[in-house]
Design a binder for this molecule. Sequence first.
Ligand SMILES: Cc1ncc(COP(=O)(O)O)c(C=O)c1O
Length: 380
Amino acid sequence: MHFIYFLTSGTRFIFWGDMMIPLVKVAMPDRAKLIPALEEVLYSGMIAEGEAVYQFESEFEKQFGLSNAMGMSSGTAALHTALILSGVGVGDEVISTPMTAEPTNTSILSCGAKVVWADVDPQTGNIDPDSVRDRITPKTKAIMSVHYAGYPVRLNELRKIADDYGIALIEDCAHALGARYGNSAVGTVGDYGIFSFQAIKHMTTVDGGMLTLKNAEQMLAAKKIRWFGMLKGVARTELDIDMIGYKYNMNNVTAAIGLVQLQCIENVLKRHIDNGKFYDEQFSHLNGIDFARCEPTAEASYWLYTLLSDDSLNLQNALQCAGFNASKLHRPNNLHSIFKDSSVELPGLESFYRRLLHIPCGWWVSDEDRLRLVDVVKKG
Ligand SMILES: Cc1ncc(COP(=O)(O)O)c(C=O)c1O
């Protein structure tokens, strides 16, 4: 167990690690709903990819307004598959954002392609479309965008660039389940949407992912990539493998958890969004405090709340001492040595990261917690 011990102006604060309000937290459905569903699938004799996976795909589509959804073993598997379907291979370039979790970008390296960094919008941490346009070369095969922390990127501008140059647009929606862009769900403006059900996302299946395709005609190839280059339902002794595939499939146990999670996800998302909007309102006239703002027609799903302050370190200390686990969460990916060949000046990223402070915003943050947190921020 960790604790924070802090002395200031004669006042002493001690917070034990498990008393802190966390930045991220696993959301599990009620035991009474989950355990019978798990028991049923575990002893059904059919635990690999099967009907539960296909039912989960179809319920997920319905609930989030998506189409051509394919359940996968992880968000990373979905990213890799989207890149392969985009035609990304050895020697190609993919324009991407450094402000994300590493799999967004290591999956580009897995294809043998080069990551070309675009700068980020210092207000959101999201990839800046103007910078993307500047980085296009004849080798560019795709744009990788991430709705960082759950705030939608400027999708219309990215779509236009992708169309102008005939390249693919991938939306990494791992942070942004439930976010909207105009009348559309995130994941539907790009050619590919990827979702993650890893432990601490809005919705978890322990591990798992979903790929959505704009072009239904790619579904057959996507399914082959998902399962060793083979199609389910064809006799194993008769099928022919004509392309490389992986072990990227979702299984029925994962899908059974997902199906129960879908019954609860609306309330989880509602609370993230309600807390996020509450903070937006509270911080909108505070000197020295700013926060991520996306386009007026976009609606964030606030997986994390993005606060911006020139004094982010002191504010982090004050919040930690008051029992809130405020912090940054990701290392800008360009700082990893594996990306040293992609090195470039990124002033937008530098400004965003210096001012960034994520604060607890999820379903576990009560009305009382959030009022107390705002009070700490107001006092500075
Ligand atoms: C932005 C982003 N993209 C991709 C991933 C990869 O998802 P997964 O952990 O399900 O492979 C994650 C999470 O880990 C993520 O945060």
